[in-house]
Each structure stands twice: as C-alpha cells, then as structure tokens.
Design a protein around this ligand. Structure first.
Ligand code: SF4
Ligand code: SF4
Length: 145
C-alpha cells in the first residue's frame, strides 16, 4: 500500500512553494493541490513505502502501512520527530496503543562537521568528496581528485 495523505490533517505546509513531503520524496511523487492546499501522492504505484514523507510531515498527515517485520497485520504506525529522537505510536487492531522512542542522531543539531573530520578542505555539501567515510570504501585515504 503506498503512502496517502489524510486531508483532514494536511495543512499544505502553509502553502509553501515546496512542501516538506515534496522536498523529501526520492521519487518526486508528492504534489500540492494549490486550490485545496492539500498534498497527495500523484503516482501511488511508484511509491516504495520508504517512509520519508511519513516521518517528515509536521502534522502526521501522511500514512503508510506498517511493515510486517515490525508490526502485526492491520496495525497503524505514526512517527513523531523531535530534534534528537523519533517516537513511534503503534495502534494495534484491537485498539491497544504502544509507543517506542529512539535516538536519531549522535551530535547536537547543527553540530555535525560536513567533512566528518576528514579535513577534505571543503565544507561544501555539494562536493563529491563528501560521499562517505573512507572506511566504507575499503581505504583510509580521502581522495579529493
Ligand atoms: Fe501536507 Fe504533511 Fe505534505 Fe505538509 S508535509 S503538504 S502537511 S502532507
Ligand atoms: Fe515518496 Fe517514500 Fe513517501 Fe512513497 S513513502 S511518497 S516513495 S517519500
């Protein structure tokens, strides 16, 4: 089941030019209906249920099915993010609610060093040398050319 927007909860990100769900979707599936100021998934069959739009929506308006490997069939999952954690509310078929809170970062917001401390000589986030930690490529050297 692809993501879908609950129009009663969506405020259209207050009619910004680019809404949060539009900005985050890797498939560019979310669009804003300017007339109604509600977002919707324009190509549900292309949605891979990545949860990005679900997690970033500030009003918890986007829903998607919970994966069977972490909730039983029919359960609803709703995330609520803060600056350092995310809390998932799970509503089971019998109405029982459970909440789980997890940390989402190891540095204070805004404190991460763009080059990860590898001293690439640039803090340009568009730089190709900021791809990853060298260890993930099997090297201890940062190649800048
Ligand atoms: Fe609506 Fe949420 Fe998308 Fe904003 S992020 S437009 S509130 S669904
Ligand atoms: Fe896009 Fe992922 Fe949301 Fe589907 S779940 S609409 S792919 S952000």
């Amino acid at each position: 089941m692809p993501s879908f927007v609950n129009p009663e909860k969506c405020d259209g990100c207050k009619a910004l030019d680019s809404t949060a769900c539009q900005h985050i979707c890797p498939n560019d599936l979310m669009v804003l209906n300017k007339a109604t100021e509600k977002a919707y998934n324009m190509e549900p069959e292309m949605c891979w249920e990545c949860y990005n739009c679900v997690k970033i929506c500030p009003t918890q308006a986007v829903e998607v099915r919970g994966y069977a490997d972490f909730v039983p069939l029919g359960a609803q999952v709703t995330p609520l993010r803060s600056t350092d954690s995310i809390m998932w509310t799970v509503k089971f078929r019998n109405g029982m609610l459970k909440r789980f809170k997890f940390p989402i970062r190891t540095t204070a917001e805004g404190a991460a060093v763009p080059d990860g401390g590898w001293e690439t000589g640039t803090d340009d986030l568009a730089s190709p040398v900021l791809f990853s930690e060298p260890g993930s490529c099997g090297t201890d050297t940062v190649f800048t050319k």
